[in-house]
Write a protein that binds this ligand. Structure first.
Ligand SMILES: *Cc1c(COP(=O)(O)O)cnc(C)c1O
Length: 648
């Protein structure tokens, strides 16, 4: 037995306690759990495949010179998400006897990384899974990657003439681009381009729904929404297409109620409204055939299954059922053939597959060691020592021990205030004041250690734990790797990926490497609402302490920025190997310092040269030894080749 095993056994802490504490059993299903060694275990194919020990995996990757922080992309999870999405729609279609099919697309804006999009296109081939583009650059990605003539290529976003002509011409390549009219003036450009080229694209219309929405992205619908056509505009567009003899190309109705729909009732309302518009469009003579319900399928980040920001009150299956059933209910009474259902789920597909692992560089905690008492200490200091001795001597199992702890804490506060007053009046020196503060913290620590785990605890004793909380310095930039935690207070599951068989005895939050006081992670999954401090372990000298941030595969990478010039982290693509274990499919090295400097138009070579000249001058003046000058230049050159993070 190692040291930590003994401590664990003594404290009666099990890995199941950790799973409960970090809500792992709620948000982690079916991909993440904790194994008997107290490490996070990843089941990249859910319950159908093998598992990997995340801590061992990270060590194996570090052995391949892939330093932390490290973004690990589990391509099996990406594929599994696609399978679940399609299986959910297939089940719903069978259950409701829906006479059409489902054919999804991935919104590229959610994660444009080449290996990610390529993986999705290749895994999605068996369902003719397509892509959604919102800009010319994304259109370029989509056009070049999709070569399945049945897969849809939904073109959203603002479109100029060149965008539209590109889409029309791409049809000749055997692609299936659908140009979605999002703004009233786009129809004129489409008509112009179609006449000029003598061909038309598949046309879609995005409707601006009036159904209510909630949540962070609630303003994506309603009269003030940025995109989509109001009903009068929609009718005018249909007539303009008819007049230009293009109504026969109107194939798709699109709507999008915003990202991370928390409440399924919002979706149902939108579906009913959109379903009726679809029916009306067919009555107006458009051939139609596709109903695109947009994105918004939510992710249950905190595992609470509630209609709150970090959660959803529905499952993937509930979602698919509602889409299928509602659309059928709209079409059937009117004898309209049900459409092929399209969805543009980004978050729900791409969140789970990537895990960010970072190391803790150190922690600022209340000082632990106390200097031994001396004969001639001032009275306030002696009083504090006695208070501490009283606390440590107390038997916490004894009747009335809580009220004695409370009393001791009141005393400690009083003596500390005395010490401060004495310092202000010049009766106490700086070393004695430091001692008084240290003793006060020692009293607090000793009290917290003696508090019972459950039961009613007086408020000011309870808050002592928080007051003793520490800052854990994290080797990452929040602005680069978890921008939404800062921008929109997004909650991601965060927890150590090892030592989960050991009780975390401390509370803390994470501060990142940037010189920005916003650069912190201080919102964690709590009971009912997010909490500002997380249960963590005391760092061990010489041992790594590794933290995982989960469910961050959507939006974080591209929204991340270069604040303080922290660049992308190393990233790897992992697959379960057929014979057990894992294989590293791709390695994407993080930005080097040279690269981030170049991004700001600096020339690394020129910077080096200036410093070389400066060090030559220092050598001439006799201020710098040649060997030290060489060492300085070596450090600079090496740093330029390395990633921007702290090297262990
Ligand atoms: C952003 C966006 C999506 C993706 O939304 P998710 O919440 O990630 O599913 C889909 N469609 C459109 C039009 C979007 O703007």
């Amino acid at each position: 037995m190692t040291n930590s095993d003994t401590r664990t056994a003594a404290a009666g802490w099990s890995v199941a306690d950790s799973a409960a504490l970090y809500s792992l059993d709620r948000w982690g299903e079916p991909y993440f759990s904790v194994n008997g060694r107290g490490h996070i275990s990843v089941q990249p194919q859910g319950e159908r495949g093998g598992s990997l020990d995340l801590f061992d995996l990270v060590q194996g990757l570090q052995g391949r010179n892939l330093g932390l922080p490290l973004l690990i992309r589990f391509d099996d999870i990406l594929e599994d998400r696609l399978e679940r999405l399609h299986a959910a729609f297939e089940r719903a279609i069978a259950q409701y006897g829906y006479g059409g099919k489902y054919q999804g697309v991935f919104p590229v804006k959610c994660n444009q990384q080449r290996h990610v999009v390529e993986e999705l296109v290749s895994c999605g081939r068996r369902w003719h899974f397509g892509l959604e583009a919102g800009s010319k650059a994304e259109l370029l990605i989509a056009l070049s990657l999709i070569d399945d003539p049945e897969a849809l290529l939904i073109c959203n976003g603002y479109k100029d003439q060149r965008y539209i002509e590109t889409a029309i011409l791409a049809r000749r390549l055997g692609r299936q681009p659908v140009v979605v009219i999002e703004q009233a003036d786009e129809v004129e450009r489409i008509i112009k381009a179609s006449h000029a080229l003598g061909a038309a694209p598949f046309i879609g219309i995005r409707a601006k729904l009036s159904s209510r929405s909630t949540g962070r992205w609630g303003s994506s619908v309603g009269d003030k929404a940025k995109f989509g056509l109001s009903i009068p505009d929609l009718l005018a567009t249909v007539e303009a297409l008819r007049a230009a003899d293009l109504l026969g190309d109107l194939r798709l109705l699109h709507f999008h109620v915003g990202s991370q729909i928390n409440d399924i009732a919002v979706l149902k309302d939108a579906l009913q409204e959109a379903g009726q518009i679809y029916v009306e469009l067919t009555k107006l003579g458009a051939p139609m055939g596709y109903l695109d319900v947009g994105g918004g399928l939510g992710v249950d980040y905190d595992g609470s299954r509630t209609a709150t920001a970090a959660s959803t009150n529905y499952s993937l299956q509930n979602y698919a059922n509602d889409v299928v059933a509602t659309v059928r209910e709209c079409c059937e009474p009117h004898g309209v053939k049900v459409p092929t259902l399209v969805s543009e789920s980004g978050r729900a597909i791409a969140s789970h597959f990537s895990v960010l692992v970072f190391n803790v560089l150190g922690s600022a905690q209340v000082p632990a060691a106390l200097p031994a008492g001396k004969e001639d200490e001032p009275l306030t200091v002696r009083n504090l020592r006695e208070t501490l001795a009283g606390i440590t001597a107390a038997n916490s199992a004894e009747e009335g021990s809580l009220s004695r702890l409370q009393e001791a804490w009141n005393d400690a506060i009083k003596f500390k205030d005395d010490a401060l007053a004495a310092f202000r009046l010049g009766y106490l020196g700086l070393p004695e004041r430091a001692l008084a503060e240290q003793l006060t913290w020692a009293c607090a620590t000793a009290i917290v250690e003696r508090l019972p785990r459950g039961g009613a605890i007086p408020d000011d004793l309870k808050s002592l734990r928080a007051a003793l909380a520490g800052t854990y310095y994290a080797n990452l930039s929040v602005f680069r790797s978890a921008p939404d935690t800062w921008a929109i207070e997004q909650l991601f599951p965060l927890l150590p990926i090892h030592r989960l068989d050991e009780e975390p005895t401390r509370l803390g939050h994470f501060a990142d490497l940037t010189c920005d006081s916003d650069g912190k992670l201080a919102r964690f999954i709590g009971d009912g609402q997010a909490k500002p401090l997380l249960e963590l372990h005391a760092p061990q000298e010489g041992q790594p302490y590794l933290i995982g941030m989960f469910l961050g595969g959507a939006y974080q990478e591209v929204m991340g920025n270069l604040h303080n010039l922290f660049g992308t982290t190393n990233a790897v693509h992992i697959r379960l190997a057929p014979g057990g274990g894992y294989q590293v499919d791709h390695v994407v090295r993080g930005d080097t310092n040279a690269k981030v400097l170049e991004a700001m138009e600096h020339q690394p070579g020129l910077l080096l040269e200036r410093l070389r000249v400066a060090s030559e001058a220092a050598i001439q003046r006799g201020d710098l030894k040649i060997s030290d000058a060489q060492r300085l230049m070596d450090h600079l050159e090496t740093s330029l080749r390395q990633t921007t993070y702290l090297q262990s």
